[in-house]
Design a protein. Structure first.
Length: 327
C-alpha cells in the first residue's frame, strides 16, 4: 500500500488542491473495494506542526501527522500556494529538508499548480523540467532560472518528481499517477467518474499572452509597447534595433533577457493573441483575421497559431465562440 502525504501548507492555499487529492485517492480505494480488491493507498494530511490551518478565514484543515512524526512516505503532494511568493516560501521553509529527505529515501514528490514554487525552493527541480500555472511563468523564471520551465505542459515527470500546470489541471496529474500506480483501466474509470478529460498534455489553449514588463529595461519596454501598438505592420528586428539605436545582437540579447522571448517570438505571440481574441468574439473567417493581424501567408499563420495555442485556428474558434461558423 502506498503512503501518500498531502501537505498542509501555511499561508494562502488553494483549498481544492488539498481536498482534491485526498478525495481522489480515497475514491480510488473505494472503487478497488467495489471490485473486491484491497486498497492501494493510505492518505494523510501532513503539517509542519499539528496546528490547525485556516484558509480564507473560513476553512480549517487539521494535519493528521507532522514532519516530525512521519518518518517515511511514498508520495509527497505539494498543494498550490497563493500570495507573495517570497512570503509563502519563507512561511513553509520548514517543509523543505523533510521533502528533500523523503525524496532521497525513495519517495516521489508532486507539486500542483503554483505549488511548484515550494518544490523549486527545495532545490529538487534544479536542472530539471517542470510546469506551473501559465500566469506565474514569468515570476517562476525570474526566481528559479536554473529550472527548465515548460509552461505549455500539463504534466512533467522526471526522476520521481512530478509537476502539473495551472488550476484544475492537477486532476490530470492525479489520473496520470493512477495509471502509473494501478493500470490504464482504473485511470479511465476515474476520468469518467470525475469527468476529467484524459490525456490532456498541453495548457497552451488557455494561455493569455501579456508581455512580461516587470523588468528594469526601459528601452525594451518601449519596444514592447511599439510592437503591441503596431503588430499589424511588418516589424523586423533590424527596424527595432535601429529605432532604439542599439546594435542588433545587443538588442536581441536584452530583449530576450527582459521578456523571456526572442523579438520574433514576441511579435508572433502578440499577433496570435490578437487573432485569438477576434476568434472568440467575431464571426470573421480565418483568412480575414490572418490579414487583420498582419499575416499574408495562410500556411505560416496556421502553423504559428497551432504552435502557440495547441489548436488550429478553426479548432480554437469552434471551442471558444458559440456563434462559430465553418470557414
Amino acid at each position: 500500500m502506498k503512503h501518500i502525504s498531502v501537505l498542509v501548507p501555511r499561508g494562502d492555499v488553494a483549498l481544492g488542491t488539498i481536498e482534491g487529492p485526498f478525495k481522489f485517492f480515497s475514491f480510488v480505494n473505494d472503487f478497488l473495494a467495489a471490485m473486491g480488491r484491497p486498497p492501494a493507498f493510505k492518505i494523510q494530511l501532513v503539517g509542519i506542526t499539528p496546528e490547525v490551518q485556516r484558509y480564507a478565514g473560513v476553512f480549517a484543515v487539521t494535519p493528521e501527522e507532522t514532519i516530525e512524526t512521519l518518518h517515511k512516505t511514498d508520495l509527497v503532494i505539494i498543494p498550490a500556494v497563493n500570495g507573495d511568493r517570497d512570503t509563502v516560501i519563507e512561511a513553509n521553509k520548514a517543509f523543505f529538508p523533510w521533502i528533500s529527505s523523503q525524496h532521497k529515501n525513495g519517495a516521489e514528490v508532486a507539486s500542483l499548480c503554483v505549488g511548484a514554487f515550494l518544490l523549486a525552493a527545495t532545490g529538487l527541480l534544479a536542472g530539471r523540467n517542470c510546469t506551473t500555472h501559465w500566469m506565474s511563468a514569468a515570476d517562476f523564471k525570474r526566481m528559479f532560472p536554473d529550472v527548465n520551465l515548460m509552461d505549455d505542459r500539463v504534466i512533467t515527470d522526471e526522476n520521481r518528481v512530478y509537476t502539473s500546470g495551472g488550476a484544475n489541471s492537477f486532476w490530470n496529474l492525479l489520473v496520470y499517477l493512477i495509471e502509473k500506480y494501478i493500470d490504464r483501466e482504473m485511470a479511465i474509470y476515474t476520468t469518467k467518474f470525475f469527468m476529467i478529460e484524459i490525456d490532456r498534455n498541453t495548457q497552451s489553449p488557455f494561455i493569455m499572452f501579456s508581455g512580461q514588463k516587470e523588468h528594469e529595461d526601459d528601452v525594451i519596454r518601449k519596444a514592447q509597447d511599439y510592437i503591441e501598438k503596431r503588430f499589424q505592420d511588418k516589424i523586423t528586428v533590424d527596424q527595432l534595433s535601429d529605432m532604439f539605436a542599439i546594435g542588433r545582437r545587443s538588442f536581441e540579447r536584452r530583449f530576450k533577457k527582459a521578456t523571456s522571448n526572442s523579438v520574433v517570438e514576441y511579435i508572433q505571440r502578440v499577433k496570435i493573441e490578437a487573432a485569438k481574441k477576434s476568434f472568440e468574439v467575431t464571426r470573421k473567417n480565418v483568412t480575414e483575421l490572418m490579414y487583420e493581424v498582419g499575416y499574408t501567408d495562410t500556411k505560416a499563420f496556421r502553423s504559428t497559431f497551432k504552435k502557440i495555442t495547441g489548436l488550429s485556428p478553426i479548432e480554437y474558434r469552434n471551442k471558444y465562440n458559440k456563434s462559430a461558423i465553418t470557414a
